[in-house]
Design a protein around this ligand. Structure first.
Ligand SMILES: OC[C@H]1O[C@H](O[C@H]2O[C@H](CO)[C@@H](O)[C@H](O)[C@H]2O)[C@H](O)[C@@H](O)[C@@H]1O
Length: 603
């Protein structure tokens, strides 16, 4: 039985990440980076597309075959403990990826807890997204896999006998109480020498210490602290430390509809998702990441502001061509599996507001200034002077016709507003403040005139439309109108009434095709439900807001992770996983309800 999305836990080294199932199988891992080809692709196909299972031979009774009895992260870390109680005894597998020195490693430590448990290992390396079977050989007691540019080494301490069968490396061994066997899988470019070996136990100690030191810096101390911290750890795990870029999720093509075509690659740096991630991290006291991302942004955006893309590769690469991988069947037969993302070519005006808002947040948080950051901001505003009047694809990246999306215009207003306010705060900043004030007022008037439906008492999804959109809930949050403005209250009520699905929110009409031009349906979009909780709180309905927040926190899987969407009827997660957007929402709403978020749109 193929696992569900919520059956997975995340481990990573902030350059890539792996998904580990409740059955002890690593079913997704891209090496060496988040956006590299997967060497374990079973997540989007089957075992033959690559995986690494380490579990008891006879796992004992469980709801699903082979599932563990319990599992949890070590508090404040990304170190995962998975345990099985079997007829032979109990055993634990500890999974993590150490901070990278030269090469990426996956460490799996098996430890006997009681009795004497027979364990089985099965390693099927399949490079290039599950399509290339490597040549395996034995060197100095290690198993070495080589195919084209990739090489991977498997070793164990103490050495465990392995044998090859059907292009799979098998092992069988026993562990008694207190006994440990460590496996380390190390990747490196096949033309290079094998990198130095890591000590699995030293690495474990360092990983736990490093993650805990990071967690201890969290400033949030309100209710649901564990869930908030898990979200922050997940966001941190999605940052690519060498460049400061932040990916939207570590996966591609986990479907928004089981069996459907809404399957996208999220292993890139969206300006929107990254700025919101940054807002969440800064609000919780993490400034270093903000600095690194701000510098990444300034590098990526360098050049003509008219060329600003809505997303980039991990180092600011501009070309992310979309391809289908026909040899992969897709998660629960959801085809096609895609890599790359054609949305890179879209015009999404909201991005200008999000970027400028995050630069303002960085300034307020006291980040050391970058002299050309202000020049970049002015150049973006120069571009917006004309561009804001254009229709665009909006924050949901519709693949249908361009429209005058209200949220896009509101965020263009945010860009002008934050720039005017910065100049008012610091009159030494150069720029034509009167021109910017006029721009800000013109956008405001336009939105209120063409984006508001007087009869229904609500803002609409786009000019002239009768559709609604959950992003309208952000209007009070970004300060476009005060929360007690009747137009805001009317919008919150209308969005809630029209887009609710079993108490959670869809991002737009249930007949999604009308809006986004794609076949199929989607379910409730988690960040939108967090936005609803924020809007309810801001419009004086705090009790309802808290109840909704409690429900959303409870939707996290057994280790606190959230996908992009949730289907309340089938009770399952949908979409890429774990998704930054959803965790940004969780942190933002916790801070709105119980803490002191910095100004700005932290989710
Ligand atoms: O639903 C259609 C679009 O879905 C993806 O976009 C979504 O994910 C992005 C990353 O988290 C997010 O920034 C955007 O707001 C979401 O709509 C996909 O990347 C698009 O290609 C696709 O058209």
């Amino acid at each position: 039985m193929h696992p569900r999305i919520e059956d997975y836990a995340l481990i990573g080294d902030q350059q890539t990440a792996a998904l580990v199932g409740r059955d002890g199988s690593v079913d997704w891992l891209c090496l060496p980076h988040f956006d590299s080809p997967a060497c374990f692709g079973a997540l989007l196909g089957d075992d033959e597309n690559g995986h690494w299972r380490l579990a008891p031979k006879n796992p004992g009774p469980s709801r699903r075959p082979g599932e563990c009895t319990r599992r949890a992260y070590r508090p404040g870390t990304l170190v995962l403990d998975t345990e099985w109680d079997t007829d032979e005894g109990s055993v634990r597998v500890t999974d993590f990826m150490p901070q990278r020195d030269r090469a990426p490693d996956v460490v799996r430590i098996v430890e006997g807890l009681s009795g004497r448990v027979t364990m089985r290992g099965a390693l099927r390396l399949r490079f290039d997204y599950g399509s290339v079977v490597p040549w395996m050989r034995r060197v100095d007691g290690h198993r070495v896999a080589v195919a084209g540019p990739d090489s991977a080494w498997l070793r164990s301490e103490p050495e465990v006998p392995t044998w090859g069968e059907s292009f799979c490396t098998h092992s069988e061994f026993t562990v008694e109480e207190g006994e440990r066997v460590a496996f380390v899988l190390t990747w490196h470019p096949s033309h290079e020498e094998r990198p130095p070996l890591v000590d699995p136990y030293e690495s474990l100690r360092h990983s736990v210490e490093d993650w805990r030191a990071w967690s201890d810096r969290c400033r949030y101390d309100g209710p649901h602290k564990e869930a908030v911290l898990r979200s922050l750890l997940t966001l941190k795990a999605l940052t690519f430390t060498p460049t400061g870029g932040i990916v939207a999720a570590p996966t591609t093509s986990l479907p928004e509809e089981i069996g459907g075509v809404r399957n996208w690659d999220y292993r890139y740096c969206w300006l929107r998702d990254s700025t919101l991630t940054l807002g969440a991290l800064v609000s919780a006291g993490y400034l270093e990441e903000a600095q690194a991302w701000r510098d990444w942004l300034l590098r990526a955006a360098a050049g003509d502001p008219a060329d600003l893309q809505i997303m980039y590769g991990l180092s600011g690469e501009r070309r992310l061509p979309e391809f289908e991988l026909p040899w992969l069947d897709g998660f629960h037969d959801s085809r096609p599996v895609r890599t790359g993302n054609d949305a890179v070519h879209q015009l999404q005006l909201d991005v200008y507001g999000e970027v400028v808002d995050s630069l303002a947040l960085a300034r307020r948080a006291g980040l050391t200034s970058q002299p050309h950051a202000w020049q970049v901001q002015l150049a973006l505003l120069d571009f917006l002077h004309e561009a804001w009047r254009q229709p665009d694809e909006g924050l949901w990246e519709v693949r249908g016709p361009r429209r005058h999306f209200v949220h896009s215009k509101v965020m263009a207003w945010v860009a002008a507003d934050r720039t005017v306010r910065a100049m008012e705060d610091d009159p030494r900043l150069p720029g034509d403040i009167d021109r910017l004030r006029k721009l800000r007022d013109a956008i405001h008037r336009d939105v209120c005139e063409y984006g508001y439906d007087e009869e229904r008492g609500t803002f609409t999804q786009f000019y002239g439309s009768s559709e609604l959109d959950a992003s309208l809930l952000l209007i009070p949050r970004v300060g476009f109108l005060p929360p007690d403005d009747p137009r805001v209250v009317g919008t919150v009520d209308a969005v809630r009434a029209e887009l609710s699905h079993h108490g959670l929110l869809r991002r737009y009409s249930s007949d999604a095709t009308v809006v986004d031009g794609l076949p199929g349906r989607e379910s409730t979009f988690l960040v939108c439900s967090f936005w609803l909780a924020d809007a309810l709180h801001m419009t004086g309905r705090t009790k309802e807001a808290r109840a909704l927040f409690e429900r959303l926190v409870a939707l996290g899987n057994d280790v606190g992770l959230l996908a992009e969407e949730y289907d309340p009827v089938a009770d399952c997660h949908l979409g890429n996983f774990p998704q930054a957007f959803s965790h940004i929402g969780l942190v933002g709403t916790a801070l709105t309800l119980f803490g002191t978020a910095q100004d700005g749109e932290a989710g």
